[in-house]
Design a protein around this ligand. Structure first.
Ligand SMILES: [Zn+2]
Ligand SMILES: [Zn+2]
Length: 287
């Protein structure tokens, strides 16, 4: 019933997110080298043999650097749209290429993966939802602004990787050139801490147990500042910040909260909810 999730790396230097169950797992993006993916999976006790597919969100290099080598070495199908494949110029064997369409679920073992369009300055960019039995995990990074589809999917999540790319003031005061600042905050670039927090506060489900803040800017953000911002409002949701330099622990996401009715929820204190509903394989912490 559970899904196991981890960020192998997150940020403009490389992104790779793992979602799996006891039998199979997938990568959403492989923006670090195959060797680093192997190293980090091994450290987390996740066998490479468990990988069944790589899904590519868009062609930016921080999402695709390790795709071709990893796919070739482990004979993994690469789910990628024709436009993204063309733009990325990834050297992938034809027999490993699998196109996907938005909002059409793809079945990989017991995992069901669906993509939906997002606002980002790439040719054909997507966010993903991974579902297994009653557990839903969203992978939402590289988002210029919040669209209705993102809201709809976020509301279904038991756990989500959510971009919190920049602090608005740090970006405004920072040393990036004006054109780059405009690109980042112009609606087709990245999500600010404030935008991510608004989405979280307004639309998280009552059963959400885990939020992994992702794709933080090195220059225009600060992990401690983001944690502070979110933790004040997190309630029973465990919040962690994904590192730009190493993997997070593996987090178990369970559906138990689904069996509670909304009416029953106020009967539980935060600590009771955490004890009974939310269990990590490893202790949580800021990465
Ligand atoms: Zn990116
Ligand atoms: Zn991007």
């Amino acid at each position: 019933m559970s899904l196991f999730i981890t960020s192998l790396n997150s940020g403009s230097n490389g992104n790779a997110y793992y979602v799996g169950n006891h039998e199979e797992g997938i990568l959403i993006d492989a923006g670090i080298s195959c060797r680093e993916i192997e190293r980090r999976m091994t450290r987390l006790d996740l066998p490479m043999a468990r990988l069944r597919a790589i899904f590519v969100s868009h062609e930016h290099s921080d999402h695709i650097q390790g795709v071709a080598v990893t796919a070739k070495k482990y004979r993994l199908p690469v789910y990628i749209t024709a436009d993204t494949l063309k733009q990325s110029r990834l050297p992938i064997e034809n027999q490993l290429i699998v196109p996907f369409k938005p909002l059409e679920a793809v079945q990989v073992g017991a995992l069901s993966i669906s993509a939906f369009s997002k606002r980002h300055d790439a040719c054909d960019p997507y966010s993903f939802m991974v579902r297994s039995a009653a557990v839903n995990v969203g992978i939402f990074t590289d988002i210029g602004s919040v669209c209705p589809e993102l809201v709809r999917h976020f509301r279904e999540c038991h756990a989500a990787f959510l971009e919190a790319n920049y602090d608005e003031e740090m970006l405004a005061q920072g040393r990036y050139p004006a054109y780059l600042k405009s690109r980042i905050r112009g609606g087709m670039g990245h999500l600010s801490n404030r935008q991510a927090l608004d989405l979280f506060l307004e639309h998280r489900s009552y059963y959400m147990s885990r939020l992994i803040l992702s794709h933080l800017s090195e220059e225009n953000n600060d992990p401690a500042l983001v944690m502070d911002l979110f933790q004040k409002h997190a309630g029973a949701v465990e919040v962690v910040v994904a590192s730009r330099h190493k993997e997070t622990p593996v987090f178990e996401v369970r559906a138990d909260a689904d069996v509670l009715s909304k009416e029953n929820k106020p009967c539980f204190t935060r600590s009771q909810l955490q004890l009974s509903l939310f269990q990590d394989i490893f202790p949580a912490g800021v990465q």
